[in-house]
Write a protein that binds this ligand. Structure first.
Ligand SMILES: [Zn+2]
Length: 264
């Protein structure tokens, strides 16, 4: 069995502040350690469940957040930022499932730790074919293009609720209950690692796994910017890219990956 694990940082236990998420900040070094150890707990559970190959992608910011010396030797690691066209290097149809670890709720979600969609500065929120969508939905669709289902999602309570509504049958695990964008009722990271191993194990051993997420085209992505000048800076051909109003632009394509490449 082969599994692909995409790891973000906002939903990792013990993390709720910007200062923990940005390289160079004093709190970042401790947060990297939490990230690395929580990732290892997932790898351990996958290997114990019979995984023959585990690829883990560092999906936060620069893609260089793990502490290499502490990483579990039983997995391989994708590090470094990749373009959206190649968001999950190494993933193909031979994989049995994907896991989204340490994820966060979509931009605009209230009382959610570090809610955003791909960027906190670039825009407020995204809609795909009229429906609000966050990173869970976008990543599950990109993974679904390879015929692979998302089996498991971890993060705060809002992340888990979003995952459950986007991905029928997915197993979720709540690392913390968000009390605001920068506050949460936390479980101790050691307890989270223990419970995470158990929850991942349940998800991958389940006989009743979710199906790959698919959405039929054509696709329309609507971006709601933070400032009008961000919308001003885009180019619009009136066909594939349109300005809807001061803060909103929309992009259309029959190809989801091409659409995201054009819009991002
Ligand atoms: Zn992140």
């Amino acid at each position: 069995m082969k599994f692909y694990v995409s790891v973000d940082m906002e939903g990792i236990s013990g993390i709720a502040l910007r200062e923990q998420l940005v390289r160079g900040e004093p709190l970042y070094e401790e947060a990297r350690r939490l990230l690395t150890l929580e990732t290892n707990a997932v790898t351990e559970a996958l290997l114990a469940a019979g995984a023959t190959r585990v690829i883990v992608k560092d999906a936060h910011g620069s893609g260089f957040n793990f502490i290499p010396e502490l990483l579990h030797p039983g997995a391989e690691y994708v590090m470094g930022a990749t373009r959206v066209e190649n968001r999950f290097p190494g993933l193909d149809e031979t994989f049995d499932g994907a896991l989204l670890i340490g994820y966060h709720a979509m931009g605009g979600t209230s009382q959610a730790v570090r809610d955003h969609t791909m960027t906190s500065q670039g825009w407020q929120s995204l809609r795909l074919n009229g429906r609000p969508i966050g990173e869970i939905g976008l990543d599950a669709l990109l993974i679904g293009l390879r015929g692979v289902p998302v089996l498991f999602v971890s993060g705060d309570d809002k992340t888990c609720a979003e995952a459950a509504s986007e991905l029928p049958g997915v197993v979720t695990y709540e690392t913390k209950a968000a009390l605001g964008r920068h506050a949460a009722l936390m479980k101790a990271p050691q307890r989270v690692r223990e419970e995470l191993r158990e929850a991942v194990s349940r998800a991958v051993r389940s006989a009743d796994r979710p199906k790959p997420l698919r959405l039929a085209g054509p696709y329309e992505l609507t971006i709601r910017f933070l400032h009008t000048e961000q919308a001003d800076a885009r180019r619009y051909d009136g066909v594939r890219a349109k300005r809807i109003d001061g803060l909103t632009a929309s992009y259309v394509s029959d190809d989801l990956t091409a659409l995201l490449a054009m819009a991002f």
